[in-house]
Design a protein around this ligand. Sequence first.
Ligand code: CUA
Length: 247
Amino acid sequence: MIEKRIVIVAAIFVLAITGVIGLSVRLWGIGVPTCITDVRPFRDAKLIEQGPKRYELHYVARMWTFEPADVAVPPGSTVDLYLSTPDVTHGMNIVGTNVNLMAVPGAVNYARVKFDKAGDYLVVCNEYCGVAHHNMAGHIHVTDAAAAPPLPVPMPGASLTKVLEENGCTACHSLDGTPAAGPTFKGLYGSKRILANGGIVTADDAYLRESVEHPDAKVVKGFEAMPALPVNAADIPRILAAIKSVR
Ligand code: CUA
């Protein structure tokens, strides 16, 4: 039966094509150009840094430029490229890569590109789009100079506990467990406190606040009542947060 054979051959052919596409995506990282329908066409060209070496590029092709005209990312960057055009159909080829997209009015096309090698990549239009089509170009600079300055290392500990120094707390309460005139703040929050009167309380927010505002209300066994300090009321939430942070 010739029909049956044709169907089988056709089925094998379809499977083979699908397989090759799957393989190229997996093995060689070749992105399948996608026309995305759920992203609205845009006119604002911009490069958005989403994380270290992760970018989203909103690229606009128009007669006869690509915008942003100059894009700079550090080597090793992965760029999610969204391409839109407000006027006519353009092509977009990043020379030296396999990126070849169409910019179609009313649609957004997408490709993910990884720029491993430093260099200046020329972007050209390869779809005739008018008299200056041959001049339509853009540049993607893959350079270490594009690396974002490192973010300042957050030091929540140091900045949080500064308020304890400012209010004189650390004169009698250590942050590291060292014995002092008052109980250490290390591990204080949430712990059980044995009081001079034999009671037991949990060092929660209410306890901490009370101990700051009325130091003689609950005195911890083995310690003298803390002298009342002229603590700025506005500082109390920060003081509590600082004490909690000393683990
Ligand atoms: Cu744009 Cu040719």
